[in-house]
Design a binder for this molecule. Sequence first.
Ligand SMILES: CC[C@@H](C(=O)O)C(=O)SCCNC(=O)CCNC(=O)[C@H](O)C(C)(C)COP(=O)(O)OP(=O)(O)OC[C@H]1O[C@@H](n2cnc3c(N)ncnc32)[C@H](O)[C@@H]1OP(=O)(O)O
Ligand code: CO
Length: 134
Amino acid sequence: MIGRLNHVAIAVPDLEAAAATYRDTLGARVSAPQAEPDHGVTVVFVELPNTKIELLHPLGDNSPIAGFLAKSPAGGIHHICYEVEDILAARDRLQAQGARVLGDGEPKIGAHGKPVLFLHPKDFCGSLIELEQV
Ligand SMILES: CC[C@@H](C(=O)O)C(=O)SCCNC(=O)CCNC(=O)[C@H](O)C(C)(C)COP(=O)(O)OP(=O)(O)OC[C@H]1O[C@@H](n2cnc3c(N)ncnc32)[C@H](O)[C@@H]1OP(=O)(O)O
Ligand SMILES: [Co+2]
């Protein structure tokens, strides 16, 4: 069901510093910061030859990544995103197997303009999973 690795997301306490680290120290191509108010984050994309890194910083009072950064103030890997061809079919199959789909279970439009869903980390080896329909 899952396909390519779309991105790995890293929650960071200082977005500008993290972008500079990837651009200046690691020599990667990084985007300008992009506010995603529907998701409670500001994101910088790092373009790699085979995938993307998503640098995430909390936006607003109820950011879903605030608790994660409170527990890991230096930042850390927050989620991995796999591509799926049919996100509703994937959701239904996962729920039928007992997996918890986060939020109201309906896909939202993600940072790449495609529908996304999140799966509870406790159901997937301690890793938060994002599914993106491509
Ligand atoms: C930019 C848009 C989009 C894209 O297109 O790419 C994005 O990526 S948006 C990214 C941000 N959005 C989300 O993360 C949405 C889904 N996330 C959530 O709903 C919540 O973050 C969460 C996963 C339910 C966690 O909520 P929180 O309130 O922080 O934590 P809890 O205390 O309820 O956590 C329960 C349990 O899970 C552990 N946990 C939390 N976050 C993670 C994580 N990222 N990876 C692994 N484990 C995580 C947490 O430590 C708790 O464990 P215990 O302490 O053992 O109970
Ligand atoms: Co993401």
